[in-house]
Ligand binder design. Sequence first.
Ligand SMILES: [Fe+2]
Length: 439
Amino acid sequence: MKQILIVDDVEDIREILAVYILNQIEANIFQAESGQEALDIFKNHPQIDLIISDYNMPNGNGGFLYKKIRESSQVPFILHTTEPPNRYPDFKEATNFTHVSKPILRESFFKVLHEILSGDAKAVRRPKYVPVSLNLLKKSVILPGDIFVRLGTDNFVKIAHQGNTLVKDDFNKYANKNIKHFYIEPKASLQMMAQLHDILNLTDVDNTQALQMTSATVDFLMNAKEELGFSKEVQDLTNKNINKVLKLAESSPQISTLLKKWNFDENSEFADRCTMIALISTTIAKRLNWVSDKTADKLAFAALLHDISLDLHQISQLRELLEKVGDKKFQKSPEGKAFLHHPLKAAEILQKWPQSPPDVDTIVAQHHEKPDSSGFPHGLNHMRISPLSAVFIVAQDLADYIVTKKGSGSIQDWIKLKKDYYIRGEFKKIIETISESAN
Ligand SMILES: [Fe+2]
């Protein structure tokens, strides 16, 4: 396991950095708030593989630390500052040295991190298995590869060979043990994606089946990207799924008609939620006469990918995390900070995604803002939330309600609850539009 020393006098920066690094690689993290403290830690732990340090700190700045370290070691050193490196003469002839500008939570930082630690970005975190939901495998005609069950952190047991079939009883047996995912090898996940392309191409399915498939595909993609990264295959399948959702929305102009066809399944709650946001938001946009194809595209894209920065654990805890966002203690914890940052992190990822239409990053960055400024990460008020983000935020609220109620709550019930809340600017217009669509 890699050993990393983070040096910064701001605790928040150290903690956020630690969370993000641990999200990327397995590592043992040391923290120091000054150059002197870092030096003491390094003396006791000379096996440290990398130092990431701020410059301006009381009790030993980054230059002091670098010079002292170089007296005995050539450990890689990342200087992490807002100013460019030429502002710091101490590093003029630095060796094994990289400069990264704040804010540090950028893809470029992780690229540097991976390169320093391994020389090969892929070698740091080689995926062994990709989780696939039982729901999705149930729908594939042939197994895409050998199927494994996870018994412990690194303990996977093969339960079926490629070419075999698993029958309903097999799935029920594992579902009863509260197992939600099986695992396949990465090479089989490409096969799984090919199957999903075929399934999404099927034309002789009704809307209910099509909804299930798009939802299951969202679920698979969230898992696949966790292990495979944002590979071309992952992006292609996502685009295909977005088109499928758009076609579905087109075929059912009434939101209530679509929601009636929903088959609620708690194993795919997150994916259902994303698909539902796509359908509701694109339908609202159409009814508002924002008829451009691009508008629907942007909303569907944002709906399926707005939480792309969350890991599987965060997704499984999504409802609990959202309930805690107002809690001061949670806001200060590393877990809370990472969660409160997730809209911006997701927007950053999508900015680099070539097929992502313009404005998607704004919708994604604002997807937890609220018209009364009580949202996060920026607490924007209704005037500063973009009109498309407003559509998304309302659609998300309705989708949450429907998914949580598992179909027992109607759109009219939700409108009764929310009509006095969404009274500002675009929000008022949007809820009136939903109200018309629900009648
Ligand atoms: Fe989110």
